[in-house]
Design a protein around this ligand. Structure first.
Ligand code: 26Q
Length: 821
């Protein structure tokens, strides 16, 4: 580098060092000699935060000045993970900060590890919201994320005797240096009570809701920097607080516990994230959470709109509200309440504003996962909103009942109220009707939406359903997770890789270049060494970094078919024992993931993986040729470690059931080859990386449907496959659970007689696909060629592309790509 540049960097480093020292002393209140790694973490976070805030305030100012349309992303989940490396990366301060800390004798990597993950989400849906926040800032969209500031995020998982145990997560116990409490921003949230009818001065009637209970929503803001720090958005999370923190009268009369009761009830709303990922919890507290944050967010954004533009009727011109699944869908009724009851807007005009403002993303087709709420619960908790929903429904059904094909059956399918098992409000229908666009998250999923759950609604609103295939932010999932690979790629494509991911295509030209292959492979090798160290530390299993790392990490669910993968491990285990000296490929199966605490079968699958690993890892006859490990407490930070070290990515859900998947994209970008079904975004990954560079197997979504209609008994498939029947037999007979031989009897019986997820039907195809993986692995130049082509063709899966599509086709807001401002 030229001398002047070196000197400038030297000055930057000195300035950063002095700032960190000042933060340590005056904000943390510690001396250099007394400071712990956590103290240094806070001091460093606060110093990068100063730079972030600088740019944040000008972003807010400029959005105001230019009168730009704002995007509001409403989500019950934001699975952000750690922020230190992310903030340093996007503010382009990481090298200087590392150097500044080194001068102080502090290692940035150590500080990275002491930060608690912000785990305010369950899995894919929550992580998508986090990637979208980053990409919206990167593209200079004036966006706000709205959610709940849970005191406790997703539970911590421990494995004891192979079983999952759940412990409370406590991410705020050391404070949170990234957030700003906004004590002046407080929204009253009502529940229950009654409704009065009043006559307005103009003679029209008005409904006035008098809630029986009020809770306060308190705002906490976290700045979200985009790439190169050019634009910074706000994540506003609401915390619940009682209006009266303490009933002094009660306290003084000696009832100390009773005096705190109201407070506990109010504050329980933001206490804890619901840990279900696909099955609605159906609890009153969950509905209170949904309304609490939807109402606070709507009050806040309407107040902002009126203070800027003076008239709520122009809302749709200046605000786009995206619903992340149906969890915030009650916001549609809340906006109608605000417009009609509080601002005297005529119903039809209010409905037009609502539809023009809202849009809705669906993330699942599983019928049991579609959110519905019992009418009696809604009437008790939200009486006015229930009235509004009835009115929306009456007008909607009146419109369609005039049509020639309006049979009772069709009207029942179109109704907002499901009358089939008790009366329940269909939140998906409410979200659909109240939105101008509805989208799925992969092409296959969006197509299936039109033929399954939204078939009838689509027929009365053709064109409302569109597709927006998911994406991932390359800043976190390439640069921060795999810096060495990122540097290598930048040598080839230039340093605008993170500005425009499509330049990755240039890497394809080097797929057969042996010296490039060697450098690419050496980076993978180093990442595998790092992961092997972590595995040794955490679970005491030693891994061979030259083995094929075969990775299956995601929530544990029957439809994701971790069992299929375990069965293949068991089958190979028995083959190696039978023929120990064939030319086996050394392989490590890595599992990680959490099961919903109430999902018994998923928890049993975790135990099976652990039990199988215990037997296999300690069998000397295998000579280390096969290892099976289950890494506890899967979270964003662990994913950042595992993915860059993976050779093979398991994406093997029953076709038609995984809406998209996003882990699949993270692996392929980092050069793992995928073994997968034609499900979710796997289909589009295949189209981009090329079918020779991915291992696709199994029934298609259409074939799954056809097969299920003929029955889901697994006996025939098992009878046809000796390997499968042997594997099932050894699991059922207790080979892996000698302390309790019948532990897996029920699981094996279910696969045999009631195999809804078609594990048995797909077993042979999966087994054969794994053998094709082995053949490719033996041909190292062919393997690395495929890996490099995966990386080269994954640019399209950047969440910058996804967000640009939402901006253009749903939100109608302009985007400014980074790099050219
Ligand atoms: C609903 C009601 C009550 C309690 C919990 C829930 C609940 C919570 C979380 C229901 C569903 C979820 C999460 C769903 C989810 O993560 N879906 C995933 O979304 C990803 C992003 O689009 C997709 O890639 C995955 O395919 C999809 O499974």
């Amino acid at each position: 580098a030229p001398a002047a540049e070196t000197q400038a960097i030297g000055e930057d480093v000195a300035a950063i060092r002095d700032l960190i020292l000042a933060k340590l002393k005056y904000s943390v209140g510690k001396s250099v000699t007394a400071a712990s790694p956590h103290d240094w973490f806070v001091a460093t976070a606060l110093s990068v935060r100063d730079k972030v805030v600088e740019s944040w305030l000008s972003s807010i100012e400029s959005s105001k000045r230019t009168g730009r349309k704002r995007v509001y992303y409403l989500s019950l989940e934001f699975l952000i993970g750690r922020l230190l490396i992310d903030a340093l990366t996007n503010m382009e301060m990481i090298d200087e900060t590392r150097a500044a800390l080194a001068e102080l004798g502090v290692d940035l990597e150590t500080l990275r590890e002491v930060e608690d993950d912000a785990a305010l989400g369950n899995g894919g849906l929550g992580r998508l919201a986090a990637c979208f926040m980053e990409s919206m800032a990167t593209l200079s969209i004036a966006a706000y994320g709205y959610g709940i500031r849970y005191d406790h995020g997703l539970f911590r998982q421990r494995i004891k005797n192979g079983r999952q145990l759940e412990y409370p997560e406590d991410w705020l116990s050391f404070g949170n240096p990234w957030e700003f409490q906004r004590p002046e921003i407080v929204c009253p949230i009502g529940f229950g009570g009654h409704i009065d009818t009043e006559t307005r001065p103009d003679g029209e009637l008005r409904q006035v809701w008098h809630p029986g209970e009020t809770v306060e929503a308190l705002a906490y803001d976290t700045p979200i920097p985009g790439w190169r720090g050019a634009h910074i958005n706000t994540l506003r999370l609401w915390s619940a607080r009682a209006v009266d923190p303490l009933r002094l009268d009660q306290f003084n009369s000696g009832d100390h516990i009773g005096a705190l009761m109201d407070r506990v009830r109010a504050e329980s709303i933001s206490k804890v994230l619901y840990p279900g990922d696909t099955t609605p919890a159906g609890q009153e507290l969950r509905l209170r959470q949904e309304f609490f944050f939807a109402s606070a967010s709507l009050q806040d954004l309407v107040r902002r709109h009126i203070s800027l533009y003076g008239d709520v009727r122009t809302l749709a011109d200046k605000a786009a509200i995206q619903l992340n699944d149906t969890h915030p869908a009650i916001a549609i009724a809340e906006l109608m309440h605000i417009l009609v009851d509080l601002h005297d807007i005529p119903w039809d005009e209010a409905w037009a504003i609502t539809q023009a403002t809202f849009s809705y993303t669906n993330h699942t087709l599983l019928p049991e996962a579609l959110e519905t709420w019992p009418v009696p619960l809604m009437e008790r908790l939200l009486p006015r909103h229930m009235q509004i929903i009835y009115l929306i429904n009456a007008l909607h059904l009146a419109k369609v009942s005039g049509e020639p094909d309006a049979t009772g059956h069709r009207l029942a399918a179109l109704s907002l109220i499901d009358e089939s098992h008790g009366r329940r409000v269909r939140m998906g229908h409410l979200a659909f009707l109240g939105s101008h666009k509805v989208n799925g998250v992969s092409q296959l999923h969006s197509d299936l939406m039109k033929t399954t759950v939204f078939h009838d609604l689509e027929s009365i609103a053709p064109g409302k359903i569109t597709n927006k295939t998911n994406g991932i932010t390359f800043r976190r999932w390439l640069k921060e997770a795999n810096p060495a690979l990122t540097s290598l790629l930048m040598e080839v494509v230039g340093d605008n890789l993170l500005d425009n991911a499509m330049v990755l295509e240039k890497v394809a030209a080097l797929a057969d270049d042996s010296s490039f292959q060697e450098r690419y492979a050496a980076i993978r090798r180093a990442n595998k060494m790092t992961l092997a160290r972590l595995v040794q530390q955490r679970i005491g299993v030693k891994l061979n970094p030259d083995a094929l790392f075969d990775v299956h990490i995601k929530r544990i669910h029957e439809y994701k078919r971790q069992v299929l993968n375990i069965l293949e491990a068991v089958a190979i285990y028995e083959e190696i024992r039978a023929q120990p000296f064939r030319d086996w490929i050394p392989r490590v199966k890595i599992f990680a993931g959490k099961a919903a605490a109430s999902y018994t079968t998923a928890k049993l699958i975790i135990q099976l993986a652990n039990d199988v690993g215990k037997v296999i890892n300690s069998d000397p006859a295998l000579r280390g040729l096969l290892k099976v490990v289950f890494l506890p407490n899967y979270n964003v930070s662990l994913a950042e470690r595992i993915i860059p070290a993976a050779d093979l990515s398991e994406q093997i859900s029953t076709a038609g059931m995984e809406a998209s998947g996003t882990g699949n994209m993270k692996f392929a970008l980092n050069g793992a080859l995928t073994i997968g079904t034609l499900d979710g975004a796997n289909v589009e990954i295949m189209e981009h990386v090329g079918s020779p560079n991915i291992f696709i197997f199994g029934l298609t979504a259409d074939e799954v449907e056809a097969k299920r209609s003929q029955g889901i008994n697994g006996q025939d498939a098992i009878a046809r496959s000796p390997k499968l029947s042997e594997a099932l037999e050894s699991i059922a007979s207790g080979v892996f659970s000698p302390d309790e031989p019948h532990r897996y009897r029920g699981l094996v019986d279910a696969l045999t007689y009631h195999d809804f997820f078609l594990v048995t039907a797909d077993f042979d195809a999966y087994y054969n696909a794994q053998r094709a993986v082995f053949r490719r692995w033996r041909d190292k130049p062919a393997w690395w060629r495929s890996a490099i082509l995966n990386t080269a063709h994954m640019g399209w899966f950047s969440s910058d592309r996804t967000i640009a599509e939402y901006a253009e086709e749903i939100w109608n807001v302009p985007v400014t790509p980074p790099g050219r401002k």
